[in-house]
Design a protein around this ligand. Sequence first.
Ligand SMILES: NC(=O)c1ccc[n+]([C@@H]2O[C@H](COP(=O)([O-])OP(=O)(O)OC[C@H]3O[C@@H](n4cnc5c(N)ncnc54)[C@H](O)[C@@H]3O)[C@@H](O)[C@H]2O)c1
Ligand SMILES: CC(C)[C@H](C(=O)O)[C@@H](O)C(=O)O
Ligand SMILES: [Mg+2]
Length: 351
Amino acid sequence: MSRTVKLAVIPGDGIGPEVIAEAVAVLDAVTEGSGLSFEKTHFSLGADRYLATGDVLTDDDLEAIKSHDAILLGAVGGVPGDPRLAGANIERGLLLKLRFSLDHYVNLRPTTLFPGIASPLANPGDVDFVVVREGTEGPYVGNGGVIRQGTPHEIANEVSVNTAYGVERVVRYAFEQAGQRRRKLTLVHKTNVLTFAGSLWKRIVDAVAAEHPDVTVDYLHVDAATIFLVTDPARFDVIVTDNLFGDILTDLAAAISGGIGLAASGNINPAGAFPSMFEPVHGSAPDIAGQQKADPTAAILSTALLLRHLGEKELAGRVEQAVTADLAARTGAARTTSEIGAAIAARVAQN
Ligand SMILES: NC(=O)c1ccc[n+]([C@@H]2O[C@H](COP(=O)([O-])OP(=O)(O)OC[C@H]3O[C@@H](n4cnc5c(N)ncnc54)[C@H](O)[C@@H]3O)[C@@H](O)[C@H]2O)c1
Ligand SMILES: CC(C)[C@H](C(=O)O)[C@@H](O)C(=O)O
Ligand SMILES: [Mg+2]
């Protein structure tokens, strides 16, 4: 049976195009002769597009992207301090606009310490957990403003929005994940200080927990969670948390499990009303952009999440196996982005 999937590809800025070139090559290698093919549309969005046209993401762009089955994104964000980008918030206008408009309420960020990969932790134990980060609410919604700007009495508000609807749907998703894994769910929040939002999250987790008696529920304040991620990451199976805490915890999760160059993610609309979007956790890394120094593994592992989301478990497993073998064979010698990508693509073609 042949199947064609319409894939929107958004390489973006900085190292985005470098890592996406390798991710696409691996997708091509794994789908070769499989019956699955990707019909790709390339979208030139990001800082360069803004500088050339003044547009970040137009309604037409959004409609065109919506007509695809899934999205693969590299990274967005121009060079910090570039005066030409002052006033253009590419992250908000492109990345967050996509997540919000496409209702990506699950930001799924798995963390695994692959065999052979050195962790900076003395005793990492088994590192194998997934962060289910809420993707459409919290302090990210842009609810706020500034008064008396530029004066010594300036007030800047950035309101965290948490709706019962939004929290419940992501919490339900997290419980389902836990049920398919090691049946442990940890809510991470800051209920001792953020009492309004914290109470809502806690009550909803408790209510949904009653429907999942097989899942053990734990709670940690976010500050304590950063301790345990470093001292005892094996205690985590599924972490459910809000948008901002999830952003911060997942960079830490990457750091304890081989680095940001290995961390993949999916921005998921579970019901499939809109295309889900897969991207590395990392950003555009202006400090190494254009130098072939970026590790494309995070982008490549994001294609495995994409394949799994499409129900192509066997192909996803082949990408993960190829990455696992490549990581295990690493000697520490420097390789270019293309060399790593080509090595993984070659393994995929063989396995
Ligand atoms: N999803 C996204 O598109 C996304 C995510 C994070 C940051 N950003 C944006 O990217 C820009 C840079 O942000 P930042 O510096 O805070 O974070 P970053 O993730 O781009 O870089 C942090 C550090 O990690 C390194 N790094 C990142 N990816 C790597 C890879 N694949 N291989 C090896 N090293 C890698 C960088 O060189 C840098 O030293 C900003 O504009 C930020 O807003 C975008
Ligand atoms: C670039 C930024 C908007 C984004 C976020 O905060 O979600 C990034 O840090 C991420 O983790 O994907
Ligand atoms: Mg982040």
